[in-house]
Design a protein around this ligand. Sequence first.
Ligand code: ARG
Length: 469
Amino acid sequence: MWSGRFREPLDAEFERWQRSFPFDWRLLPQELAASTAHAKMIAAAGILSADELATIERGLAAIAAKADSLGDAWLRSNEVAEDIHHFVELTLTEEIGPLALKLHTGRSRNEQIATDMRLFVRGQIDAITAALKNWLTALIEQAESAGDAVMPSYTHLQRAEPVLVAHWLLAYVEMLLRDADRLADCRKRLNLCPLGSGAVAGATLALDRTIAAKALDFDGPTYNSMDATSDRDFAVEFTQTLAQLGLHISRFAEELTLYSTAEFGFLDLPERFATGSSAMPQKKNPDLTELIRGKSGRLLGASNSLMMLIKGLPLAYNKDLQEGQEPAFDAADTMRGMLAVLPGFTRALRFRYEQMFAASQLGFLNAMAAATYLVHKGVAFRKAHEKVGNAVRYALEKGCELGDLPLEELKQFGDEFAEDFFPAVTLQATLDCHDVIGGTATARVKTALATAKERVALISTAGGTYALA
Ligand code: ARG
């Protein structure tokens, strides 16, 4: 690719080592699309005749067809290509002869790789968004089928207040909706076309850059050639978003891992998604959720790698940037893998609602509701807290719950306790006193579920946000 300037051949070891083809071969579809767009652009500038353009387009299409029929093995077996750009040039030359060399007029590999990577990330965002929508739909289905089922909520991993199971599941729906929004946001920002930026300073031919941008479905050309050839924010943002999504998934995975233990007993792991132990015959292990927890760390690693790569890197293109491809590929593959199993796993989950219900009834989960009862009787919350605290201590010693204490005994902690205390601290009343937007009162959760469903339905792979107007 640069034989004119050099008299000595490259050191063989160095030459092999510096290649990116062993991993960037997977950018073939992007490279072919970008090359076709570039060909159209230089044809419009008079560099290629209509016939030459048609021949180049045919040649590029033939490479795509060959890749389709021969598969990845054909690409991977190539021992010559330095990178995907070189590969296409070599193969196009085999297809159409020396005309292939004209394609590289007015362009640089620096803008090509920047374009290929943007196209790659954009495609992955669309695929991941679609998969995420599928998983969100599965979570909503579980929330719907949970109906009025109740579970304890936890703070500090100690039982706190009862909530609807649907409310808990909808908490994850919120996190994931924000992640879908982040993906759309990242897509919006990356959707500009670097082609025509040249090696660093802009193409040396008077190219109409809007032609290539349009051909590749970008919103327009990038604004600055130095930035366009060296920017990898889009990959950083993409991997950071996947890392964030991974963090959310890891919390879900950890909760399910805990809930499936004998100690919690809230969940019977679906056998199709669990594994046994080769040593202990009784075991049913939550490998899926554990592996997911582990993979979320790997996603963080990818985003850290990219950030380390960019830190302090002078403008514009530097070969270091070649190292940014693998973390982006790995993060995309890892996330698509996770999202391939999560919807089926989520749909197969069977919660033990009776156990969750039983756990919600024990451990003074209605103490906040009891204090609120006193507040309605005119007691300051601080005082109410203290009175109920005393009652809790007393009940603990007696070995019963607040609602089991006779009224006469309750009265020693406050004159305000009356007969209407008991209906105010039932499980249902405890739930329904959280009657605010975003609260767990039964009617509120019903509304929240309907709204979440609408917001999930609004997710499109063409960008946009998911807040209802
Ligand atoms: N394989 C290279 C990369 O991925 C393509 C760009 C090479 N540009 C250069 N000036 N050496 O970064």
